[in-house]
Ligand binder design. Sequence first.
Ligand SMILES: *[C@@H]1O[C@H](CO)[C@@H](O)[C@H](O)[C@H]1NC(C)=O
Ligand SMILES: *[C@@H]1O[C@H](CO)[C@@H](O)[C@H](O)[C@H]1NC(C)=O
Length: 489
Amino acid sequence: MDIDAGTLALWLWLLPMIIKAGVIRNAEEDRCYSYYYGTVLKADCSDLKLTELPDTISYDTQLLDLSNNNFMTFPEGLQNFRRLRNLDFAGNGLSASLPNYMGSWTEINTLNLSNNIYNSWISTGQRYNIRRLDLSKNSISAIDDTAFNDMPFLYYLDLSDNRIQDLPPDIFFATNLETIILTRNTFSAVPKFTSSTLTNLVLSNCQIPYFPADSLTEMNSILEIDLSMNIIEIIPDNLNSNTLQNLDLSYNDISSINVHSFSSLPHLAVLDLRGNQFTDVWSTSYFSSNPFLREVYLKGNRWSCEGFSVNLFLTYEYFTKEPAKVSDVSSLMCYSPENVTHLSWQEAYIRTWHPNQASNMSFTPVSIMIGLVIGVLLTSIVCRCLAKNDSTEPVARPILPVATALNDQPVVEPTVIRIPLREDLPPSYDEALLMPRLNSSFHSLPDFIDIEETDRRYRRSRSIGDLVDQRPRTRDRRSVRRTVEIHVN
Ligand SMILES: *[C@@H]1O[C@H](CO)[C@@H](O)[C@H](O)[C@H]1NC(C)=O
Ligand SMILES: *[C@@H]1O[C@H](CO)[C@@H](O)[C@H](O)[C@H]1NC(C)=O
């Protein structure tokens, strides 16, 4: 064989690089280091561009991290690691079915095959003891009907970010799966899986348009279902499950519910309906069959308070009365009509039907302005006095509390009925009559006791709804008139 000068030169030029590459690879293999993680021996060989197993790793290794390498097949020698509990192959180029020898691994808990190039998952007929299997971020479109039946201990399966388009209802029937994650696949309807063990089903972001009423009936243990970020428009009447506790329908296109929507979900406890198309404020009767309901999320809906029906008041109360089901009261605000935008449902109702009472309530913009002007004047007077006493720079700081008070002023105040109180005397009979009857417990009474700390410019008052309410302790407030604030919630 002739080797011409050019080829020879090329080889001579390449040789150092080849040697260098080899050295680098050895160095990388050395960087695959082992250590005890508690009592468990772990070998971390991630991010090393490996295509073969370095032979320096102890066969007693229990956690083997081979993530983000260049494995295209399960490497030679892997079968010697019979004590593995956790095998991480995430971020490689695997597409082959599991080797048979894995069936003899008795301690294998987690197998991570996330971010490989599987396009199908087939049954090998071999039994595996795997408990948690991560197949997310592959391109799986085909799954054998019996694919997971070979894994009797498998309880957690992540199939998110694949190309699954619908799955047969009985595909998990013979498994013991408890959690199945199917986020970012495609389903034409909420699948009606059959399973007696499944508790947690995640179908977020699956372009699901349709939610059949009997979807959940064959999942006898289902506790949580996540259907967020789909395109469901209608919650079916009599959606039926005797076990479901947590229903997430956030970020869909649902515009209404009715008295039948949740009537067949007796154990419903957590309901997430954020980011839908609701406008009409509901009746509390929609939840009359849900005695265990304890958390409701409603942010991102554009509520119309048009009509000013009593539901505004009652449903607001239902959601916010302690223990509050809706903790974020800003999600219970009117979006329309214009004259009540930024008022809570309850406030919109009260102001419309009890305007006299309402005029005593809360801060009007004018009173805020007046309060602010007086406050600024007063603080500047105080400042000047201070400035006289010790001639350091006075101006900017003491005004801060006023500014803070303005910024802290929530857009929607809880309904506050302000009853004037004389400074030194108990209320007169007439005044007492004016005071609202308390329907809350004694503890919800406002705390009248001022914290008499002369240095401080804050007064802390405690009342329902606002835990710590700080406002400037301007003297005018005390000298003119004291008021009692009763928060009606
Ligand atoms: C699998 O690996 C990915 C990427 O490192 C990680 O995000 C995921 O949590 C792992 N899965 C399991 C079940 O540990
Ligand atoms: C808002 O306007 C409606 C008529 O569109 C009226 O019935 C209602 O009393 C108004 N509410 C308030 C608080 O001004």
